[in-house]
Each structure stands twice: as C-alpha cells, then as structure tokens.
Design a binder for this molecule. Structure first.
Ligand code: MG
Length: 472
C-alpha cells in the first residue's frame, strides 16, 4: 500500500513583494492562522566548507539526515510555531523540496511547509522566503541552516518578547575576546569597549509586517547587510538582544565537520535532537556524517530505494476526572477559569489536558499519563500540564506520528464553561500546532445527574486522530 502524504496539498500564495524571486509551492495541511513562521535559509554555497565536503554545508548528512533538517526537528518541538519556509538554491530546488517531503513522510514534523528559491545575497533569500510566509502570520523568525544546535527554548524566548510587543528580537552573546577595528593595511584604528559588544546569532525574530516593510524599502542592490536585524535598525526599529546560546554555533569551516561528527557520536543534547536515531525498520535519506551528497552537490538519495512508505490513520481516546474541593485553581486547556471551584490534583489538575494526553498516548501506543508522569513523583507536584503535553508531543513525533485532529469535551455542571470555549480552543491550537478547524472544544453538563451533577467534580473526554508513517 502506497499513498501520497496527505500533507502534500498544494496552494500557491501570492508573493507580497513582486520583485522577490517566485516561490514554487506550499504544503499547507493546516489552516492559515496567526502562528509565527520560520524562514530556514539553506540556499548558501558556503565555499570554504563546500570545497572540503563536496556539497553545500546545509546538505551535509548528520545522523542520517541533512544538516538543515536538524533545525526542523528543533522547530517541531515549538508547539506555537505555525510553519517553515525552506529556501533552497535554484539549481537543486526541486530535488531539495522532494527531499524535505520524503523526510517529513518518514519523520513528520507537524509543521506547515512552504518552499522558495534563494537569491544572490542572503537578504534576497530572506525576501524570497518572506514572500510566501502567510500574511496572517504575526511574527517571522529567520534562521541560518548552518546553525543546527539552537534550542526550542531559544525560539520560545524570542516569541515571548515579540508577543510582549517587541518588533525585533535577536539572540546575542557577550564577547570574550578584545575586538580591534583595523584598516586595510592591518593597522588598528580603534578598540571598542568590549562590554558593549554582542556576537549575534540566529534565529532572529521580527514582526512580519515590519520586516517585510524593511525589505521593501531598504533591500536594494546598493545596500548589502549580513543579517535582518541590520535592515530593521536602518528602518528605525529598536532591536532587542536577548541571551543567545553558547552551543548555537555556525558550521563554517572544514574543522567544524569534526564537531558535527562528535555531536552525532556523543549524543550531545543542547537543543537540536541531532543524535536522534532512526527506527531500525526505517530508512532515512542520507548517510553518516561524511560530507557525502548526491552528484553535483545535490542532496543524497535514500539508502534503500526499495523501501516504500505509507501513512496509516490512527486514533486515540482519553478520559479524566478531577474531584472538586482541592487547592488547585481551575485550569482547562491551560486557560485559567475564574470560579469558586478548585480541584484536587498532584499536578495543576488540568482535566482537559490530562484527557488529551491520554488520547495522544493512545494514538501512538504508549500507555497512559499515569505511567509517564506518576502522581507520586514529586517532580510533577504542581506541574504545568502544558509542559507535560509538550513532552507527550515530542514522544509522538519520535514515534513518527503526526497529529491531524483533536475533539475534546468537558463535562461540568458548574462553572459555566461556554464563555471560555473560544479561549480554550485557541490555547489548544497553540499547544498542538493545529489550525482551528482541527481543534474542537465542547462543554456540556449531565443535567444534574451523577458526580458532575452534584458538583463533586469535573471530567473530560478527548479523541484525537493522526497519521503514522510506516515502512512496508
Ligand atoms: Mg488528571
């Protein structure tokens, strides 16, 4: 049985900037919404390292996948991220796009995907990617694929500051070396105060509108910049620098190949899951870290061309109850519900998320939350159920299952929940990375019957559907 990945519905988006290179296509399994997107720049030639490796560095194979896919794995762990635009070189665009679809089939990332052709300069590649970011997206992150070791926490920190009102947020590290400004003759002209200097990294986060406007007005042939924050500075925006990550290095030189090998061999976990192993019955494109690629620097083909994959529908069901009369304020889907009722619980007592986590664990066959997060384990005393959900979602992706739909029902005589349903749905959309047409929230009573009827407690049901990538 072979079928096309259901994520491959294609839609053309109208480029926002007519001058930008034309993007080729968009894989849009979920709805357009305000969720942020990440533009993944994988169009550079990286001549120093390419000469040593035999292919552009973003296509180096690490842990059996191309280097650029490590960034996607990290993004897949950020539930509120809506999608990724892959920007690839023109000469390998189609093969690179096909490779992404194959990788996503074998290892669903749970993100919308779009593709764009890179330009002559880095900023032209960004403009090309920006042109296919949905215009409903409030924020956009720009990331160099040559930095594979950033963490989901860094992405969330950037998004937190954007949501708090910043127009531009970038990660940076204090400089430990003394920096000299030199002239063409190699003579020192100045020594800047080191305490004022920061070495900046990607991903960099922006208001999508503000960045698009900066590109429209300032991205000219005469004005070449090395990062997008520079354009935002020129446009007069404040650019906020937050703490970067020491491990978020840029793969630049041939010596860095050794670092990649070491990361893959030692299982270093500092953000990206670069040591994640493919299941033994599955074939992932690429080979071990070796710098090998297909002919002409194109991405490597799958090791075993006879292996055929398919997507198998799967479902999960969850149920949970919490008694009233405890000390936990009522929280449903991560949304505080102001009321006179408090629940008894070891964690935060979010009955809706607990039912949902049980449904998800059923979806990919890994028991229940009592096994995963025991209620006698002090680590989970007062635990934020949204964080527990993030761990369940990570396990789901590792099990090669992509969530496609969730339907939940909360049963409570009191408090009245209908005023909170929209907030609960929006929260679930963020937490699950699904569009609103794929997240349904219902609230009902039991007509005064049973333990909900006599106000002893509250309960929730959840049903989820997904697609499991299997090899036959
Ligand atoms: Mg519970």
């Amino acid at each position: 049985m072979t079928q096309e990945p259901l994520s491959a519905s294609q839609a053309e988006l109208t480029p926002e900037q007519p001058s930008a290179p034309v993007a080729q296509c968009t894989d849009m399994p979920y709805t357009l919404d305000t969720a942020p997107w990440l533009i993944l720049l994988a169009a550079g030639q990286g001549t120093r390292l390419a000469a040593a490796a035999g292919c552009p560095k973003q296509f180096l194979t690490v842990d059996s996948v191309p280097l650029f896919w490590l960034s996607v794995r990290t993004c897949s762990r950020v539930a509120r991220l809506g999608g990724v635009v892959f920007v690839f070189p023109k000469d390998t665009f189609e093969s690179s796009r096909d490779l992404v679809r194959e990788l996503d089939r074998l290892e669903p990332c749970g993100l919308n995907m779009a593709f764009a052709v890179g330009g002559a300069r880095r900023q032209d590649s960004v403009a090309s990617g920006l042109a296919v970011v949905p215009q409903s997206a409030r924020f956009v992150l720009v990331h160099d694929a040559a930095r594979p070791f950033f963490s989901p926490g860094l992405v969330n920190a950037l998004l937190d500051r954007l949501e708090a009102g910043a127009q531009a947020v970038i990660p940076g590290l204090a400089v430990t070396d003394t920096i000299k400004v030199v002239n063409k003759a190699g003579l020192v002209c100045a020594t800047p105060d080191r305490s004022t200097l920061r070495a900046v990294q990607t991903p960099q986060g922006f208001s999508r509108r503000a960045l698009a406007e900066a590109h429209r007005t300032l991205n000219t042939p005469e004005n070449t910049v090395t990062d997008d924050a520079s354009l935002m500075e020129e446009a007069g925006h404040e650019v906020l620098v937050i703490d970067g990550e020491a491990g978020n290095i840029k793969i630049t030189n041939p010596e860095d190949l050794q670092l990649l090998k070491k990361k893959a061999e030692t299982g270093a976990e500092d953000g990206s899951s670069c040591t994640k192993q493919a299941a033994p019955d599955q074939t992932v494109p690429g080979q071990a870290v070796s710098g090998q690629a297909g002919e002409n620097g194109s991405p490597a083909a799958p090791d075993n061309p006879d292996t055929t994959g398919c997507l198998v529908p799967c479902t999960g069901f969850g149920y949970d109850v919490h008694r009233y009369g405890g000390d936990r304020p009522l929280v449903l889907a991560g949304v505080p519900i102001p009321c006179d009722f408090q629940v008894r619980a070891h964690s935060d007592g979010d009955v809706l998320l607990h039912a949902l986590m049980d449904a998800l664990l059923g979806l990919f066959g890994q028991g229940d939350i009592g096994m995963l997060f025991p209620d006698n384990d002090p680590r989970y005393d007062g635990a934020d159920s949204a964080q527990l959900l993030a761990e369940v979602l990570q396990r789901m992706r590792q099990a090669r299952v992509r969530l496609t739909h969730a339907d939940v029902t909360v049963v409570a005589q009191k408090p009245r929940l209908s005023p909170h349903k929209k907030a609960m749905q929006e929260s679930l959309c963020r937490l699950l990375g699904l569009g609103p047409e794929h997240v349904n929230v219902k609230a009902t009573t039991e007509e005064g019957l049973g333990f909900t009827g006599d106000l002893s407690g509250i309960k929730a049901y959840a049903t989820v559907c997904g697609l499991k990538s299997e090899t036959i």
